[in-house]
Design a protein around this ligand. Structure first.
Ligand code: SF4
Length: 178
C-alpha cells in the first residue's frame, strides 16, 4: 500500500461540485464521499469550468452536440456555442495548475472523462459518449493523465489503483534521486 505522509502531497484537480461547492447548473449540491475521503492524502485544486467561463448558478444546461462543424459544446436553448470559450479557459487553467491527477464529474459535457453523452441538433442522444471539453483539454496536454470520476472511485479496486498510480511516480523519482 502506498504511504502518504512524506510531506509532499499529490495535487489533484477536482470538479468543484464533487467537493460540495454550489456550482451545478441546477444549483443542487451533490455529495461524493469517496472523493472527500481522499482529502487527507492529496491537495485538491477545485475547478468548475462552466462557472469559470462565466455561466451562472443556476444556468441553462449545456450539451455536446454533433454539428456540421464537428462536436460542439452548445447551450441548447439559446444555441450559444461555448466550445471556444471552454477550450480557452481549460488551456489557461491547465497551464497554471500542474496536476498529478484528476477527479472529474461523470457524464458532464465539460468534466466527464469518458461518458458525456452526445446529442444531435434535434436533441436526440446519438449513442456516442466522449470526454467533456475540459477533460479533453487535460488529455490533450497528456494522453497519460491520471483520471477518475466519482463513480469509478466508488469501486474499491479502482480507488486503490488510482491512489497507487498517484503516488507511484513520486516514489520512483525519490529512488532515482537517492
Ligand atoms: S460537472 Fe464540472 S462544470 Fe459541471 S458543475 Fe461540476 S465542476 Fe462545474
Amino acid at each position: 500500500m502506498v504511504k502518504a505522509g512524506s510531506g509532499e502531497r499529490p495535487v489533484v484537480v477536482v470538479s468543484a461540485c464533487l467537493l460540495g461547492q454550489h456550482c451545478r447548473y441546477d444549483s443542487k449540491t451533490i455529495f461524493a464521499p469517496a472523493v472527500l475521503s481522499l482529502s487527507k492524502l492529496v491537495t485538491f485544486v477545485p475547478v468548475c469550468p462552466e462557472t469559470g467561463i462565466g455561466l451562472d448558478v443556476p444556468r441553462l444546461p449545456i450539451r455536446l452536440v454533433e454539428t456540421m462543424r464537428g462536436i460542439r459544446l452548445i447551450q441548447t436553448l439559446t444555441g450559444k456555442d461555448l466550445t471556444r470559450k471552454m477550450r480557452s479557459f481549460s488551456r489557461a487553467f491547465l497551464a497554471e495548475h500542474k496536476a498529478d491527477g484528476f477527479i472529474l464529474k461523470a457524464r458532464s459535457p465539460s468534466c466527464g472523462i469518458e461518458d458525456a453523452p452526445v446529442y444531435d441538433e434535434l436533441g436526440q442522444e446519438i449513442g456516442i459518449e466522449l470526454h467533456g471539453v475540459f477533460a479533453d483539454e487535460a488529455l490533450n496536454r497528456s494522453l497519460f493523465a491520471l483520471m477518475e470520476d466519482e463513480e469509478g472511485l466508488r469501486d474499491p479496486g479502482r480507488m486503490d489503483s488510482f491512489i497507487t498510480r498517484l503516488f507511484a511516480p513520486r516514489s520512483v523519482t525519490k529512488k532515482r534521486r537517492s
